[in-house]
Design a binder for this molecule. Sequence first.
Ligand code: FMN
Length: 359
Amino acid sequence: MLFEPYKLKKLNLRNRIVMAPMTRNQSPEGVPTDQVAKYYQRRAQGEVGLIITEGIEVSHKASSAYPNVPRLDSVKARDGWKKVVQGIKEDNGSVIAQLWHCGGFRKLGMGPDPEVPGHTASGLVKPGKKVAHEMTLRDIEETIEAYASDAEFCENIGFDGVEIHGAHGYLIDNFFWEGTNVREDEYGGTIEKRSQFVTDIVKAVRSRVSDDFIVGLRFSQWKQHDFNAKLADTAAELEEVIMPPVNAGLDYLHSSMRRFWESEFPNSDENLAFWTKKISNIPTIAVGSVGLDTDFIDMTASANPTSIDRAIEDISQNKYELIAVGRALIADPNWVVKMKEGRLKDLVPYTKEALMTLY
Ligand SMILES: Cc1cc2nc3c(=O)[nH]c(=O)nc-3n(C[C@H](O)[C@H](O)[C@H](O)COP(=O)(O)O)c2cc1C
């Protein structure tokens, strides 16, 4: 089933393999270059079912924390994305744009405006460490509007949808997590209130795009700065986290794990994607070290190809619908074709050199 077509809303995917969103820092001044377009087109030629772009910084003054990350807030950047989308479509691919706000990872001195500090739910960048700006209701409103207008740009550019990056400790996850959200207004307090920020984003995005345009959400338990953190200790808590944004109109959820074979809650062998799908009943993507023998801890560590039997089995048992592949697709644009043909020994291993280049 993994290599067979799958219908995501009205989008006909040629298989159930998704390219995971991966920042490449190769878009000077926020503009994706022709090399970026070729890099994505190569994965479409390599028969990836659905490409999710690297995180694109939303058009908000505090969204940026890393150099040469693409944006949408200039004509040049949007024209650059048009070329990316055209290239992917030429080779019968599908593509979703990931929208990203770095939240507390931003520090004073960073571009584009060095005077703008990191923005977070309560000024906290980790539990007990208050060095960022605590977002006012006005800041929240402006940020929601940035997601909505960027989603509209994405639809006009020709993307098939957007994925809201709510994972890994960045802004939305900073709101989700009780360790960093101690607000006492409608955006903090209970789990449900901590989900209100992303729920409002989903509602705003949905109101500005057509019904067929796909709106997804990526979330994780783990944070960049705390691999053991959890938003939910039980399936019941997970339901409280994910259902408000699902009910606001999400078309899929993307459960970001570091090792997709690990069980999520006590007394069950099932992973986060399984529980996500069981609770939400909407299409779910699983990700985390699929096809590689080294876990996603240090992105510069080398990793060798391994069998994907477990992923194939999970998909055939309908535990979740789609599998995302990250580092293995940086290493080898033809990963899907080679895997489909059982040519494991022809796969290119992942190395930090592959990370530095854009092939
Ligand atoms: C170089 C690199 C950049 C990444 N950038 C992003 C990103 O922009 N957005 C995101 O949600 N995850 C990002 N991730 C995480 C990946 O999407 C994926 O979840 C992770 O690599 C685990 O999958 P893998 O084991 O198949 O590589 C990045 C990972 C890598 C290796």
